[in-house]
Design a protein around this ligand. Structure first.
Ligand SMILES: CC(C)(COP(=O)(O)OP(=O)(O)OC[C@H]1O[C@@H](n2cnc3c(N)ncnc32)[C@H](O)[C@@H]1OP(=O)(O)O)[C@@H](O)C(=O)NCCC(=O)NCCSC(=O)CC(=O)O
Length: 343
């Protein structure tokens, strides 16, 4: 980021002073950091773990259902705060009808900022400049799968089972700036355009609500179809807005892996080959769905892949995130000089 002049000539207009404060170049991701809680559970042991620590082994049909979904999830392992020790200290977390929100928030208030700080520290170390020089450090955390939205299964509440199969905890941070300082800052991805759309008639499809026993959530079974039916117009709008004629097959992709089926259906809807969302699938496999935090992990994985293979041929890409609303966030990315060989 170019230094802002400390003083302006006495006769400068306010407009000139404001102009001197602004960067010329596009906003770019200059560094990325991620962090997860220590506890790791593999997907093939998760159903046993979850039913044991919530004292729910008397519900074998639900346990089988969780195993079935875990097997189809495309996830190998996830990180989370919940553990035997936590559940021994807070047995009330297993029953969402018991009041526990205060205790959950108290634990989250200590742990979540620490995780965000760990991810941010990695980003700052990679960036290489003093933290006091930062203008934009953006971080996201997710702690739902233990702390806030973790509770035992219930007959008739399949959302709980689906959520238990998919979500993991983590934090991601990016440093964003413009006009990078040569030989110090390394732009990874430039951001050319950003937009947010609410899908028509999607109210109620993904909901989250704080209750006395934790966060209740609902994930409608048609969410993958809903997203797949709407991403193309979001992409077309974004690329039209910057006057770029993009072919979907030529882009690189950082799509939120909300679930394996979401990636499958979006690839199909856009006519992409199965490998197009390899970075999203890799993150899904290693970490699960960490809600809004996940796309930062996907960006990091894309960066790793570009560094390993070179970014030859890749130029434009799209980051897409999804959340309650149902909203679709689209950010147009361009591979920046820091990821291009020979620059
Ligand atoms: C869950 C899946 C991995 C299951 O894989 P498949 O669909 O291939 O398998 P399948 O059709 O045999 O389904 C397996 C079992 O899961 C059940 N099932 C699937 N989706 C369900 C849902 N939303 N609610 C309740 N049950 C559901 C099926 O009925 C079936 O039960 P049975 O076996 O008994 O017949 C997939 O459907 C998926 O990726 N879904 C997307 C999940 C999603 O919407 N994520 C977004 C989260 S919100 C988000 O990411 C935003 C945010 O956090 O902010």
């Amino acid at each position: 980021m170019a230094p802002v002049p400390a003083t302006a000539a006495a006769g400068s207009s306010t407009r000139e002073i404001r102009r001197a404060q602004r960067a010329d170049g596009p906003a770019a991701v200059l560094a990325i950091g991620t962090a997860n809680p220590e506890k790791c559970v593999t997907q093939d042991e998760y159903a046993d773990f979850y039913f044991r620590i919530t004292n729910s082994d008397h519900l074998p049909e639900l346990k089988d259902k969780l195993s079935r979904i875990c097997n189809k999830s495309g996830i190998e392992k996830r990180f989370m705060y919940v553990s035997d020790e936590l559940m021994e200290a807070h047995p009330e977390f297993a029953d969402r009808h018991l009041p526990s929100l205060d205790a959950r928030v108290e634990i989250a208030s200590k742990n979540v900022p620490e995780l965000a700080a760990a991810a941010s520290a990695k980003a700052i170390a990679e960036w290489g400049r003093p933290a006091t020089d930062i203008t934009h450090l953006i971080f996201s955390t997710y702690s739902g799968s233990t702390l806030i939205a973790f509770y035992g299964p219930e007959v008739g509440c399949n959302d709980i089972i689906v959520g238990q199969a998919l979500f993991g905890d983590g934090s991601g941070a990016v440093i964003v700036g413009a006009d990078p300082v040569d030989a110090v800052e390394r732009p990874l991805f430039e951001m050319a355009f950003a937009s947010q759309t609410t899908i028509p008639d999607s109210e109620g499809a993904i909901t989250m609500q704080y209750m006395k026993g934790g966060m209740d959530y609902h994930i409608a079974s048609g969410v993958p179809e809903m997203l797949a039916g709407n991403v193309e117009r979001c992409l077309a709008h974004a690329f039209d807005s910057v006057g770029v004629a993009a072919k979907w097959k030529d882009l690189f992709w950082a799509v939120h892996p909300g679930g394996r089926r979401i990636l499958d259906l979006i690839e199909e809807a856009l006519g992409l080959e199965n490998g197009a969302m390899a970075a999203s699938r890799q993150v899904l496999s290693e970490f699960g769905n960490m809600s809004g935090t996940t796309v930062i992990f996907v960006l990091n994985e894309l960066r790793r892949r570009f560094e390993a293979d070179g970014a030859e041929g890749a130029d434009w890409g799209a980051l897409m995130a999804f959340g309650p609303g149902v909203t679709v966030e689209t950010v147009l990315l361009r591979v920046a000089s820091g990821l291009k060989p020979n620059q």
